[in-house]
Design a protein around this ligand. Sequence first.
Ligand SMILES: NC(=O)c1ccc[n+]([C@@H]2O[C@H](COP(=O)([O-])OP(=O)(O)OC[C@H]3O[C@@H](n4cnc5c(N)ncnc54)[C@H](OP(=O)(O)O)[C@@H]3O)[C@@H](O)[C@H]2O)c1
Length: 297
Amino acid sequence: MTVSLNICVVGGSGMLGSYLIPYLRGLGHRVFCFSRKCRVGDDNVLVNTDSDRSLGNALDTCQPSIILNLAALTDVDLCERDPHQAYLCNVGVVERLSRWVTKNSSCHLVQVSTDHNYDQEGPQSELDIKIKNYYGFSKYAGELAAMSVGATVLRTNFFGKSLCTGRQSFSDWSYNALARRDKISVFEDIFFSPLSMLSLSECIERVIYNPIPGVFNLGSRKGLSKADFVFKLAHVFDFETDNVSKVLYRDQNFSTPRPSDMRMDSTRFELAYYPGGLPTLEKEINLIVGEYSNEGR
Ligand SMILES: NC(=O)c1ccc[n+]([C@@H]2O[C@H](COP(=O)([O-])OP(=O)(O)OC[C@H]3O[C@@H](n4cnc5c(N)ncnc54)[C@H](OP(=O)(O)O)[C@@H]3O)[C@@H](O)[C@H]2O)c1
């Protein structure tokens, strides 16, 4: 029989939280969704994450054995324009959670971070940090704050059908554009190794049962370019690709610099939690087919 845990998911109203919270509740855990704007009730807790007192009081009431921190300012351009706001969320919230964990040592912090910290030739190990922009920098600083209390830091990226109103995943964007036959350009020189939100949720489940301090890459095996991801997605859904053009990121003129290779080597995570080996990105694309299958095709 599995043990039921008290879990607080901070920033739980976002894209990953909207998928993960029902998943964890389905396993029988008591999961509190901490959000600055939720309707209170059903274990949804209105919390001002910018306030030590508001966050501390809510945590005192819920008495979690696990805090999963998903709160983040994930808009890369906004982080670049407003580094202070990025710092307040991507670092300040983690510092606040770490202070509470210091006083409540039976609670373990799981900090969700990003593959945005990499930009060398993949697959990259946990030590191959290369920071390109303020989003990456603030997430990395948040990791350091979490590590000060022996947290488990999961560097990841994910896709799948978003259950969060107003938030689109990369597969949502690709699927919708392909379904509408929009003209789109996809980068053949940006590489990544995301997991589906389903597999990521299963991995997080393993972590919360046996939290090990340290930094872990958590991505699919092999990875693909963003262009190949879109073409594979088109193939599994039998969409035409004549309106899809492959372009080079390095020829574009973005104001915010972005990493071009974020592929991760997740061996460390596999050895600790997933001895059978994490799935390849191609397998992960096949896994999400069912999530989109009721879309009137
Ligand atoms: N999305 C991706 O593709 C991706 C890729 C790699 C890694 N990640 C990481 O995965 C985690 C979850 O990502 P996500 O896409 O689910 O995040 P998200 O939807 O962008 O945001 C998660 C939540 O963070 C809270 N938040 C946003 N701005 C805030 C601020 N200034 N101060 C305090 N809280 C704030 C919001 O909750 P409330 O407004 O309800 O408080 C929001 O719902 C993050 O740590 C992110 O860095 C995401």
